[in-house]
Design a protein. Structure first.
Length: 173
């Protein structure tokens, strides 16, 4: 097999793997049963300010890893904005991490799909590796101590009644 064929096969397999979790997702939070201790996130946001996941302790936090090429991400980000509106005054925050794309590409996306939450830039993909993220969108719900309690691979309408109720209950604890 030539080097070019090997690269084509590798890219093809990667695209298949990336699409499987999104297609398989049922839009339900799954209780986290992994052994991953929540890795720190310390990245620059779109305004060039350092953000740390530690700054969000005391809140339920939705951490989402996303990419500009991810059609489900484009669809669900407005629902995340509405979720923030519905959760106003509660101990709940959203932090998103772009999956190693150039800042200008992320900016163009955000010009089309404005958001009300921080967008952090994982320029070299190191954070993706520590979180073991392999697909977009990859979502993690952290408890007030910063521990992963739920995961969800794929898109969901975050502002649906059931999700708002569930996150409200978690934030009230």
């Amino acid at each position: 097999m030539t080097m070019r064929n090997t690269a084509s096969v590798t890219v093809g397999l990667l695209l298949i793997l990336l699409s499987l979790p999104c297609a398989a997702a049922r839009g339900e939070l799954k209780a986290y049963r992994g052994d991953l201790t929540t890795p720190e996130i310390r990245l620059l946001d779109m305004q060039g300010q350092q953000q740390s996941l530690l700054d969000y302790r005391g809140n339920i936090v939705l951490v989402q890893f996303w990419a500009t090429y991810c059609t489900p991400c484009r669809t669900e980000m407005p629902t995340m904005n509405r979720l923030l509106d519905k959760m106003r005054g509660k101990a709940f925050r959203i932090v998103t991490v772009n999956m190693a794309e150039p800042k200008d590409q992320v900016r163009r996306f955000l010009d089309e799909v404005p958001v009300k939450f921080p967008v952090l830039l994982d320029e070299n993909g190191a954070t993706l590796g520590r979180w073991k993220v392999f697909a977009a969108p990859a979502n993690f719900i952290l408890d007030k101590d910063g521990e992963i309690i739920y995961t969800l691979y794929g898109a969901i309408e975050w502002d649906n009644e059931e999700m708002v109720k569930r996150l409200s209950e978690l934030s009230a604890r």
